[in-house]
Ligand binder design. Structure first.
Ligand code: AMP
Length: 213
């Protein structure tokens, strides 16, 4: 199964990708997590990407395509994958199609997760991320300075989840990323899900959309 989780920041792509990854036993590929790891490790890509991430802008297509090419060709992805945060532009979507074509693979479904904008701002304001395993929690369920329930790692608020950066990310989404939805709609791959519901309900809806019993 090869899936793309598509939707604005804060819609719950990361949370749903983790649930699906455990259920379907295929890797969760989050380009955002990969970039944050590169920044933390101080790699060349991390150094180039840091300011871009902090500003809520998009890392260049050439860097992103290079990253995703290596991942998809790896042994890890040979039985499928769940893409979270990629593709985010039309050139990325086109490059992905070419790459998969060359490898004799294809995307099975693109899950289009929809939510109201005021709910996004509310959710991201309350989001805590684990610095070690990337797990995501809500501050209402996990008070400040509590370690990650999954791995004991330090929980933190992402710099780009601050309200002024969230607004910028939503603008970038509407300009550069939303057109990708039309690209996949034309290919007949799009399945639209109401992501406003609670996370187990959304998970069940996604499983139904991909015909998974
Ligand atoms: P995310 O964790 O998916 O919200 O991504 C965090 C940030 O990483 C984004 O705001 C972008 O700056 C960068 N990023 C992640 N994926 C991509 C991508 N496919 N293209 C460009 N930038 C990306």
């Amino acid at each position: 199964m090869r899936l793309i989780l598509f939707g604005p920041p804060g819609v719950g792509k990361g949370t749903q990708a983790k649930l699906l990854s455990a259920k379907l036993n295929i890797p969760h590929i989050s380009t955002g997590d990969m970039l944050r790891d590169a920044v933390a490790e101080g790699t060349e890509i991390g150094k180039q990407a840091k300011a871009v991430l902090d500003a809520g802008q998009l890392v260049s297509d050439s860097i992103m395509i290079g990253i995703i090419r290596d991942v998809i060709k790896s042994e890890n992805c040979k039985n499928g994958f769940i893409l979270d945060g990629f593709p985010r532009t039309i050139p990325q979507a086109e490059e992905l199609s070419l790459l998969l074509n060359r490898l004799g693979m294809e995307i099975d479904f693109v899950i289009n997760m929809e939510i109201e904008e005021n709910e996004i701002i509310k959710r991201l304001g309350k989001r805590l991320s684990c610095s070690k395993c990337g797990n995501i929690f809500n501050i209402d369920n996990l008070p400040y300075s509590t370690p990650c329930p999954a791995c004991g790692g330090l929980m933190y608020q992402r710099d780009d989840d601050k309200p002024e950066t969230v607004r910028k990310r939503l603008y970038v989404y509407s300009q550069s990323t939303a057109p990708v939805k039309v690209y996949y709609q034309k290919l007949g791959l799009l399945k639209t899900i109401n992501a406003q519901n609670d996370l187990q309900q959304v998970h069940q809806e996604i499983l139904m959309a991909i015909n998974h019993k």
